[in-house]
Design a protein around this ligand. Structure first.
Ligand SMILES: Nc1ncnc2c1ncn2[C@@H]1O[C@H](COP(=O)(O)OP(=O)(O)OP(=O)(O)O)[C@@H](O)[C@H]1O
Ligand SMILES: [Mg+2]
Length: 457
């Protein structure tokens, strides 16, 4: 009898070794090595990108028949935007997110919407029974004859079901629960996740069916299973949001068919996820006007400007080291801007605790928000309120200069649309574009000057 060869595979990074080790040499994490059977290379594993019956020969690119990918609209504007204009048939999309954030809800809603437009959809749940899925669908008031549901975890049986139903969209909820029988390791292990994804990849590419896969995330926030998974699929979307906020943000981290800096905003309601088409209005809804430390910034989220309120609270520190806390912002950037304020403006901040927050639970990571951060810190430190009708845009350099930012016109237009009266922008951005009616634009060259303009005594 042939001896079955086994190996030990790290569940975090996919490192392989012949013997068990407590600590993975690849990613230094503990207790992640799991015994797995060596999978036999299988003929059907090869060449999944091409369809089965053609002979594969290299050919000039001009000879390849290129149709523009037809896109199927999901009828959800926010989702279409993140996908790059709709679902591409034959694409494989991975949707990751924290437990309970609403992945199943989002995909069930997507399925039902698509089914309503007479596309057949197969929703496969490995986590919930068909009854549970039905209950959820009832609660969300979704139903359609074209929406098929199946509770199954065996990949071979799932493939059979796809053959029977002939859908144009398949949802796999989730990849960590499905398994291939040939592989002996448990569902959710590196080998299972990799092989099952490869199987769905084949389904997608050979039959032109779009497949959405749900993936769980690890404690660190990345999609559980090997990094390889993200390389295999066409698009990776993250569904995120703070547990205590009702807003949920869908971001593309990888997209072979579109831009990755788009974001879709949803609100979790009793009747499921509702699209937020005017995010600025919602993020500014609860603003306390005229308080010190509050500044509104226009940040670009993909191709769309979003106005958000930034808040800072600066208070004398107790003892030990001063605290720098930032929610929704990079705290290193906050420290850097506080150092610039200290050195270039002469504000004594080293013995002050600083707490900064972006309202609404959004994360901002664009250089153009620098000026707003600096202004909110200065406003709270000096206890001088800013004008609630002002918006601040600009990158701050280490010498205290205000640097040019991109897409200034779009940002100012959004501010004007929401009724703001004045925008403070980098002086270098002045000219070359039309200022919308009803808004005043002030260009500032340095941080010093910006403080003079923005803070009210
Ligand atoms: N009866 C209800 N009324 C209102 N909202 C509900 C109700 N039941 C669930 N929800 C909302 O739906 C969310 C769960 O959504 P969903 O099951 O889609 O999450 P998930 O990301 O698929 O979770 P998991 O990782 O466990 O599969 C809950 O956090 C809650 O906000
Ligand atoms: Mg779920």
């Amino acid at each position: 009898m042939v001896k079955q060869k086994t190996k030990f595979v790290c569940q975090e990074c996919g490192y392989e070794s012949a013997k068990w080790m407590g600590k993975c040499p690849g990613c230094q994490s503990w207790n992640t090595m799991v015994e797995e059977m060596n999978a036999k290379p299988n003929a059907s594993n090869r060449s999944y990108v091409t369809s089965g019956d053609t002979i594969h020969k290299a050919q000039p690119i001009t000879a390849v028949k290129g149709e523009r990918e037809p896109r199927v609209s999901t009828t959800m504007t926010e989702l279409d935007r993140v996908l790059g204009g709709g679902i591409v048939p034959g694409s494989l999309v991975l949707v990751g997110g924290d437990p309970g954030i609403g992945k199943s809800t989002l995909l069930l809603q997507l399925s039902a919407k698509l089914a309503k437009t007479n596309e057949r959809v197969l929703y496969i749940s490995g986590e919930e029974s068909v009854k549970q899925t039905k209950l959820r669908a009832d609660r969300l008031e979704l139903s359609s004859d074209q929406l098929y549901v199946l509770a199954e975890t065996d990949v071979t049986l799932i493939e059979r079901a796809i053959d029977e139903v002939q859908p144009s969209l398949v949802i796999i909820d989730s990849i960590q629960t499905v398994y291939k029988e040939e592989i002996t390791s448990a569902p959710g292990s590196v080998a299972q996740v990799r092989e099952s994804t490869a199987a769905f990849m084949r389904v997608a590419k050979t039959r032109g069916i779009a497949v959405f896969i749900v993936g769980h995330v690890t404690k660190q926030g990345s999609i559980a299973g090997p990094k390889l998974l993200e390389h295999m699929v066409d698009s990776v979307l993250y569904f995120e949001g703070e547990r205590h906020h009702t807003y949920r943000i869908l971001r593309a981290v990888k997209n072979r068919f579109g831009s990755t800096n788009e974001m879709g905003i949803f609100e979790m309601k009793e009747l499921g996820l509702e699209e937020v088409l005017n995010p600025s209005e919602i993020f500014l809804e609860e603003r306390s006007q005229g308080a010190s430390g509050s500044v509104v910034v226009a940040s670009m989220e993909g191709t769309r400007p979003v106005l958000v309120e930034l808040q800072a609270l600066i208070s004398p520190m107790g003892f030990g080291n001063p605290r720098r806390m930032a929610t929704g912002l990079d705290h290193n950037r906050v420290s850097l801007l506080m150092a610039v304020l200290e050195k270039r403006v002469g504000m004594l901040l080293q013995n002050q605790d600083a707490y900064l927050k972006v309202a609404g639970g959004v994360k901002l990571d664009e250089p153009a928000i620098d000026l707003a951060i600096a202004l909110s810190v200065a406003s709270s430190f000096r206890d001088q309120p800013t004008n609630p009708m002002d918006v601040a845009i600009g990158e701050v350099g280490l010498t205290g200069e205000i640097r040019r930012v991109s897409r200034i016109e779009q940002r100012v237009n959004e501010a004007a649309k929401l009724g703001f009266k004045r925008v403070i922008i980098p002086e270098k951005n002045l000219g070359g574009w039309t200022v919308p009616k009803g808004i005043q634009v002030v260009g500032v060259p340095t941080l010093d000057k910006a403080l003079e303009v923005a803070l009210r005594r």
